[in-house]
Design a binder for this molecule. Structure first.
Ligand code: ZN
Length: 202
């Protein structure tokens, strides 16, 4: 399976990193080795002094498809989840400055937290509330109504480039409030008032 990630999909997060509002979705990939195994702590990698959490709503793809029209995109997923796109912000900054790819900052081992998936019928996809708690304090709050590109638009867009396969996961971008983690932090993701994941930082 592969993980397809969307950057800059929430206006307030674009502003907090002083990024330009993109004309089309920003896309990058994580390999399956980036998935943090369930119940494992996240270990801060030695190559970064500035690891950030980014909480994001996830789409799990249920069948193979390419060049998917937005109006049929809803047929390609049944389940929605929540996760973290861990980012080595210092490494990403260096990559951006040099115009280099982001993989070292985004696709390292453990950088993809994938929480429990729920059937999409249990949610109103156009307005899903989600949040991230760090040590019991809310640090990020989002709602999918504020996405620049909704789920179906994202599937249509990325499937022009990548054949989607059953089991692939799309990270749909983070809202404002990203920040650094330090050892012993505990991160809890909540999707529409239900806990989706809990990760200890080591
Ligand atoms: Zn992200």
């Amino acid at each position: 399976m592969k993980i397809i990630c969307i950057g800059r999909n929430y206006t307030e997060h674009i502003e907090e990193l002083s990024n330009e509002r993109p004309a089309s979705p920003v896309v990058f990939l994580k390999p399956d080795s980036a998935i943090l195994p369930k119940k494992m702590p996240f270990f801060i990698p030695s190559f970064s002094e500035d690891i950030h959490y980014e909480v994001e709503v996830l789409i799990k793809i249920n069948k193979v498809g390419k060049h998917i029209d937005a109006k049929f995109a809803h047929k390609y997923y049944d389940e929605i989840g929540l996760g973290i796109d861990f980012t080595a912000r210092d490494v990403q900054k260096q990559c951006k400055e040099k115009g280099l790819p982001w993989e070292k900052a985004k696709a390292f081992d453990g950088s993809a937290v994938i929480g429990t998936f729920v059937p999409k019928e249990t949610l109103d996809l156009s307005q899903i509330d989600f949040k991230l708690l760090k040590n019991d304090a809310i640090v990020q709050e989002g709602n999918t109504k504020n996405m620049l590109w909704n789920f179906d638009a994202l599937i249509a867009y990325v499937s022009q480039y990548f054949t989607l396969k059953k089991g692939d996961v799309i990270f749909t971008g983070t809202p404002a409030g990203v920040g650094r983690v330090v050892e012993n932090d505990v991160l809890i993701g909540v999707l529409q008032d239900v806990e989706s994941f809990k990760v200890k930082v080591k």
